[in-house]
Design a protein around this ligand. Structure first.
Ligand code: BES
Ligand code: ZN
Length: 457
């Protein structure tokens, strides 16, 4: 391994030049005008995968953006990793808040700033470089690997489940490795053993066929903005508990053991609130902040549009109002069941004065693994070697829906080997990746392959 690590240590500058090229491609999957860029990013990924020594590299078309596939299967008898990552990124708006252009990666204070640096191209690239180091120095990897990179993770992975179902043999493996999550905190590397699920909806209300003069008609009809506010206000009670009947039925309560472990984590509520710029934290009564984010379900209003929002004043009753809402789910909540409960409740609390349309959007199941799984333990040892610190085991509030799919369709455990940081502005302006963590992550990934190779099948 020493030669591999030496190679990594002497390649730092080259890594950054290459990573900048990867981050320069605006692979925004949500925006049709970036479809060609997104494909170009798939092609860049494929070329890189070939360059580092993977075989049978190809783009596999889906009804949406292509999946990139590559493999190296030269270690018969050793375990096979199925690596999953995504090459698509979130939109960059509001652009004016970026301190440097989102697709011109810029290094400031030991961090590389660009859209996709943390989520997820930088973390995918870390594995490219760990593979390259093994291949360049030893001509082989210690284990087998199949890599799939998706181009639609940020828009809900609509085509991925079908891709996995249709390619079960191609994807057969022993363990899934994913680097698409933050570590617990700066200087506190972690292995993530749980993710929340998600259901997402759009609510549309119509109160009249056209906007109405609020003087001529105010008092005669309901105002859709007001009705919408009322509906949303009925989703939670004052203690932060969600009021949808049956919503909590399947929620697995935290064990005392988990609660105790989380209490021992170095987490400072005051500092956390300050970093977020929040005057005060808020959430479901009776749970700590970490418990609320990692192990309790939530209801959020992602956005609201309705009526006049321009400069000045306009006296109007809007014809329509719209909200995008979502719920993060925890084990053992089922997105389909929660979706039914939600729709029934919205219908119940919507008055007859407006027309209601509820549209279900993307989502995914929550996920949790046992952390005494040998692959999870192997990941812990690799992190320790790469970062010089024993990792903590944490859960996360975010979602990677495919993790549950890997478990259900392929029967595979997943290892979440993330090296981002919670304050790296994923999905926000000024996304960045800490270069120390990136470099430690390349070393840790190189060790991860060796640790996994040592596990008997
Ligand atoms: N990298 C995130 C997932 C993540 C975020 C894991 C925070 C752990 C902590 C991923 O790219 C993402 O943003 N996922 C979406 C999924 C959704 C579009 C179905 C999410 O969580 O909102
Ligand atoms: Zn993301």
């Amino acid at each position: 391994m020493n030669n591999v690590i030496d190679f990594i240590n002497t390649s730092r500058d080259r890594y950054l030049d290459e990573l900048k090229n990867y981050l320069a491609i605006p692979s925004i999957s949500a925006l049709p005008e970036h479809a060609a860029d997104t494909r170009r990013c798939a092609e860049w990924s494929a070329e890189e995968m070939t360059r580092i020594g993977l075989q049978n590299v190809r783009l596999i078309d889906t009804p949406g953006h292509p999946v990139v596939y590559g493999e190296w299967l030269g270690a018969p008898g050793a375990p096979t990793i199925l690596f999953y990552g995504h090459y698509d990124v979130q939109p960059v708006d509001p652009l004016e808040l970026w301190e440097s252009p989102p697709f011109e990666a810029t290094i400031r204070d030991g961090e590389i700033y660009a859209r996709g640096s943390a989520d997820d191209k930088g973390q995918v690239f870390m594995h490219f470089k760990a593979i390259e180091a093994h291949m360049k120095q030893n001509g082989r990897l210690p284990m087998n690997i199949k890599m799939i990179l998706e181009g639609e993770e940020e828009v809900g992975s609509a085509n991925l489940d079908n891709f996995i179902k249709a390619n079960k043999d191609l994807l057969a493996a022993d363990v899934v490795v994913i680097s698409d999550s933050p570590m617990f905190d700066r200087g506190i590397p972690s292995i993530c053993y749980g993710l929340r699920g998600l259901v997402y909806f759009q609510i549309d209300l119509r109160g009249s066929k056209s906007d109405l003069h609020s003087g001529s008609f105010g008092g005669a009809v309901a105002n859709p903005n007001m009705v919408l506010a009322n509906i949303l206000a009925q989703m939670k009670d004052r203690s932060g508990r969600i009021r949808i009947p049956g919503f909590y039925d399947d929620v697995r309560e935290l064990t005392q053991e988990e609660k105790d472990q989380w209490k021992r984590l170095p987490f400072n509520e005051k500092r956390y609130a300050k970093e977020l710029g929040a005057p005060r934290l808020f959430g479901e009564k009776g749970y700590t902040t970490l418990e609320r984010v990692w192990a309790r379900p939530t209801f959020e209003v992602n956005g609201i549009i309705g009526g006049f929002t321009g400069e000045g004043a306009k006296t109007v009753i809007p014809a329509v109002a719209m909200a995008k809402v979502s719920m993060r789910l925890v084990p053992n909540q089922d997105p389909d069941r929660i979706a039914e409960l939600f729709e029934a409740y919205v219908k119940k609390v919507t008055p007859k004065t407006v027309q209601l349309k509820v549209t279900r959007m993307h989502g995914g199941k929550p996920w949790m693994t046992e952390f005494d799984n040998p692959f999870v333990q192997a990941a812990g040892r690799a992190i320790e070697k790469g970062f010089g610190k024993t990792p903590v085991f944490n859960r996360e509030g975010g979602s990677i829906p495919v993790v549950a799919t890997f478990s259900e369709i392929l029967g595979l455990p997943s290892v979440l080997f993330g090296i981002g940081l919670p304050d790296e502005n994923a999905h926000a302006p000024n996304e960045k990746l800490d270069l120390g963590n990136f470099h430690g992550g390349v070393i840790a990934s190189a060790y991860l392959y060796e640790e996994i190779a040592g596990i008997r099948k």
